[in-house]
Design a protein around this ligand. Structure first.
Ligand code: FES
Length: 156
C-alpha cells in the first residue's frame, strides 16, 4: 500500500482540483489523513496548510487519527434508525469508552457512523471488519464484541 508521500509524488505536477481526490486516496491507503500528509499536500499544491486542513475538515468523510485494529461501521440510515440503531451506537460508545475521534479508549476499536450500509433488509445492521451483522440487538452486539475480545486474547 502506497504512503501519502508516494501517492503525492506519483501525481507529478498537482492542481488544486486534485486536493479532495488526493485526500481520499491518502485516507484509503493509510486509514486516515495525518498532519504530515496535509503539510506535504500543501507543499505540493503550493497552498497554505490551513487551506488543506479547512477542506479536509469540511467533509466528514475524512479521519485525522489512525484506525483501531477493529473497525465497526454503524448504520444510521432510516431503516436502521427505526429499528433502534441509536441504542446500538450508544451501547458501543459506553462499552468501548469511545473518545472524540471515534476510537475506543484502548485504541483497539474504531466506530464509524455511516448513512446506509446497503443492507436495509437486515436492519439494524453493522459491519465489523468488513462482515455484515444484521438484526442486531444490544445483547447480540455484546456477544459479538465478547467473541472479538476473546479471539484477541487467544491470539495473544
Ligand atoms: S439504512 Fe441501514 S443498511 Fe440501509
Amino acid at each position: 500500500m502506497a504512503t501519502a508521500d508516494e501517492i503525492i509524488a506519483a501525481r507529478g505536477e498537482l492542481t488544486r482540483e486534485q486536493l479532495i481526490p488526493l485526500l481520499q486516496e491518502i485516507q484509503e491507503a493509510e486509514g486516515f489523513v495525518s498532519q504530515a500528509a496535509m503539510s506535504r499536500l500543501a507543499e505540493a499544491l503550493r497552498t497554505p496548510v490551513s487551506r488543506v486542513y479547512g477542506v479536509a475538515t469540511f467533509y466528514n468523510q475524512f479521519r485525522f487519527a489512525p484506525l483501531g485494529e477493529h473497525v465497526i461501521q454503524v448504520c444510521r440510515g432510516t431503516a436502521c434508525h427505526v429499528k433502534e440503531s441509536l441504542a446500538l451506537a450508544q451501547h458501543l460508545k459506553r462499552r468501548l469508552k469511545l473518545r472524540d475521534d471515534g476510537s475506543s479508549a484502548d485504541g483497539r476499536f474504531t466506530i464509524i457512523s455511516v448513512a446506509c450500509l446497503g443492507a436495509c433488509s437486515i436492519a439494524p445492521v453493522i459491519k465489523l471488519d468488513g462482515e455484515f451483522y444484521g438484526h442486531l440487538t444490544v445483547e447480540r452486539l455484546d456477544a459479538l464484541l465478547d467473541e472479538v475480545e476473546a479471539g484477541a486474547e487467544a491470539a495473544a
